[in-house]
Every structure is written in C-alpha cells, then in structure tokens.
Design a protein around this ligand. Structure first.
Ligand code: ZN
Length: 105
C-alpha cells in the first residue's frame, strides 16, 4: 500500500482557488519525490511531516466532511477521487477542470 501524505498550500490565494482545497492528501509511491507544486493548480505546496495515514488515520467520509479531497494518482495527470461527492467526477483529469472536485467553499 502506498503511503498517503498530507500537503498544504503555501499561498492562501492559491489555496482558496484550488480545486483540491487548501489541504489535500496525496497517495504516492515511496520512490516519488515529494510534491513541491500542486498537481491541480500548480501552486507551491509543502508536505506534512509524517504520512497523514500514520499521523491521524481518518476515514474517507470524515475527510470529506472536513472538506478534504483524497486523491490517488492512477496515471500521468489522471487521478481517482476517493472522497467523491455527489456531482463530482470519479476520475479527475488535470487538463479538464470540469472533473475537479468542488471541495468546501
Ligand atoms: Zn492547488
């Protein structure tokens, strides 16, 4: 199982505008380099100190209630929305903004 890391935006303006929300979880392989840019909005992001799944295990529905989006990369530029809300696409294509999760506004 791939570790899940919590990321947060460094820029509050980007955080407000980003389809993934101010904070998001990102599943990645241990060999992957930490993200420095948000895969959705391209804004600067920083990884939390520990994998989110170890720091605090939260159920997907709980994340959803908190306004988090949990996404898993399935292909280059293609993500699965694990906290899919009604009206949201299951698969997110970073080149297609209509598939972005809406998050909590
Ligand atoms: Zn972003």
């Amino acid at each position: 199982m791939s570790p899940v890391y919590g990321y947060y935006h460094l820029d509050s303006e980007a955080a407000a505008a980003c389809p993934a929300g101010a904070e998001f979880e990102f599943t990645q392989l241990a060999v992957d380099l930490p993200l420095t840019r948000c895969p959705w909005c391209g804004g600067g992001v920083e990884r939390g100190l520990a994998p989110a799944s170890i720091r605090t295990h939260k159920f997907d529905c709980e994340l959803k209630d908190l306004g988090f989006s949990k996404l898993r990369r399935v292909d280059d530029g293609l993500f699965e929305n694990l906290t899919q809300r009604p009206g949201e696409a299951r698969l997110i294509d970073r080149r297609d903004p209509t598939t972005f999760p809406k998050g909590k506004k």
